[in-house]
Design a protein around this ligand. Structure first.
Ligand SMILES: [Zn+2]
Length: 334
């Protein structure tokens, strides 16, 4: 299906019989980065965000499907926020029970749309119960993979002991055939090249066949010079770690670009130009490493999938590159 629509799009100008009905606007097939949350996650988020933050409400599989439909996207990965319960910034009673419940919530919601949604369980990799939860998720049957968030779990990639514990989680995931979506960015102000090298050499190199989706291209969200320095490490790894850098690894572009239009409309030309510059840097990165290594993700709830599709369409990429990026699927997507 993917290939057919891609071929139709590529040949749209030739207007070939069966393809002539197809839309010629490039559209992603999968949103690889979405989040839903139960009431329990909303409560813990409120604790984290403080009393002045907007009140969030729970979201479910039907919400995700509605947004996918509005963006014309076929499938989505639902990444559990289970790691929120294990953040050092919050205090949660019966923490592990709540992590399990949050993960199960995501699996149950995804199971209502088995042809369209993939559930990812998640856990703070430094939590005492981390290995136990990874094993439970693997045997549960309702999870496609595991989501880890180094920033929210306050993982320090410059601490040997923590790196060792993280490596154990990845090796367990590898053993259990559980693909990992990783938010690699940490809270360290100096986060960048060095952390990426530690992660590559000390963790990834030990699990070269595990499917890994690096979220936000290794950054915290919007693409910047730090993210670019992290991606330099992965680019060099094509030569130094070819087994790590084969088709098992993809980079999701979740929240990595923004629309300069709003800033222009508000008269903030400086901000608009800064956004354009970072968008160009992202496009250059995709061109340099090849669009086939990247997958679409919105990072909903941070971004609306349909709006984010438009932002990505506006990047300075050739149509062919955009088509490849939008057609790409992580290996865990059927
Ligand atoms: Zn996210």
């Amino acid at each position: 299906m993917k290939n057919l629509s891609l071929v139709c799009l590529l040949m749209a100008s030739a207007i070939i019989g069966g393809c002539s009905q197809q839309s010629t606007t490039p559209t992603p097939t999968v949103d690889h980065h979405m989040h839903i949350r139960s009431q329990s996650a909303v409560d813990v988020l409120a604790q984290f965000r403080g009393p002045d933050a907007d009140t969030l409400s729970p979201t479910n599989g039907a919400d995700a499907i509605r947004l996918l439909d509005s963006a014309g996207v076929e499938k989505g990965s639902l990444l559990s926020l289970g790691y929120f319960f294990g953040m050092p910034d919050v205090s949660v009673e019966n923490e592990y029970a709540k992590v399990r419940a949050e993960n199960n919530y995501v699996a149950n919601e995804a199971a209502k749309y088995p042809d369209r949604l993939y559930a990812f369980c998640s856990v703070n990799p430094l939590a005492k119960y981390a290995i136990e939860e990874v094993r439970r998720c693997a045997s549960h049957g309702g999870f496609t993979g595991l989501k880890l968030h180094f920033g929210n779990s306050d993982v320090d990639l410059r601490d040997d002991g923590q790196v060792q514990r993280v490596r154990r989680i990845f090796q367990e995931a590898d053993k259990l055939n559980l693909p990992v979506v990783l938010h690699m960015w940490t809270r360290d102000e100096k986060y960048g090249k060095k952390d990426a090298e530690v992660f590559l050499n000390e963790v990834l190199a030990t699990v070269p066949d595990l499917t890994i989706q690096i979220a936000h291209l290794g950054g915290a969200g919007f693409y910047n010079a730090t993210t670019d320095s992290v991606m330099d490490v992965f680019e060099s790894a094509f030569k130094t770690h070819p087994k790590v850098m084969d088709e098992d690894i993809v980079f999701d572009i979740g929240a990595a670009a923004a629309n300069p239009k709003l800033a222009f409309e508000a008269g903030d030309t400086t901000k608009a130009q800064a956004i354009q510059k970072r968008n160009r840097m992202l496009a250059e990165r995709i061109k340099k490493m090849g669009a086939k290594h990247f997958v679409f993700g919105s990072d909903w709830w941070a971004r609306n999938p349909a709006d984010f599709v438009d932002v990505i369409r506006s990047l300075p990429l050739k149509e062919q590159q955009l088509l490849v990026l939008f057609a790409n699927r992580a290996p865990y997507v059927e």
